[in-house]
Ligand binder design. Sequence first.
Ligand code: TYD
Length: 228
Amino acid sequence: MSIFVTLEGPEGSGKSTQARYLRNDLQARGCSVILTREPGGTSIGEKIRGVLLDIGNSEISPVTEALLYLASRSQLVEEVLRPALSSKDVVICDRYADSTLAYQGFGHGLNLDELRAVNFLATGGLEPDLTFCLDLPVETGLQRRRRALESLLQNGRQGEPEDGVEWNRLDAKEVEFHRRVRMGYLELAALNPERWVVVDALLPEQDLRGQIREIVLRRLKRESTMRS
Ligand code: TYD
């Protein structure tokens, strides 16, 4: 028995931190857990991530960008997610197919049905059981990210993927783009309330941590009683 949990949200929502807390909290309760992320998570995917987040690649077209995210996703599904879903209790992914709908679809205006079709191709139809949307006002998220980046630069370090604050091309886009992304997430969540849980990313970090953990533990309990 395994459940597949994804974390989604606009820039600066604290997803990556919460994903790590969730992994640690579940492991502390004896669950076997794997945490991975998109774009990346495999050696091919990390190379694709490098291309996507390279600030120099500003000429990339929205379709090229979408296909690169999808290529990374396809590799992750085959190499990491499917095997993990047959051996672990919980598989956590920091961003997944909904990011493409929110950013490339709602953000850049690519056709949502076409994106759903290519998402299906990339994932073979693998959908999360539970998706958290860490929601917050766009300005706050962008400010958080900028502050984190400034302190990183002041310390004279290059961006480190683990920190989730690396300099990335998408941060240079205007607030309007990020507003569409946020609204897109809320629309996706409203369309499928069975799978989505929208949580308040402005909550103190430890409160949010507890909230996410309890929801996942409840779901695990429900799944195990249903399957036994
Ligand atoms: P990352 O540094 O992981 O940002 P975050 O910490 O916010 O997750 O960079 C991932 C960026 O890629 C982020 O701006 C969202 C974007 N993205 C897409 O536009 N489409 C996608 O399908 C995915 C997976 C990510």
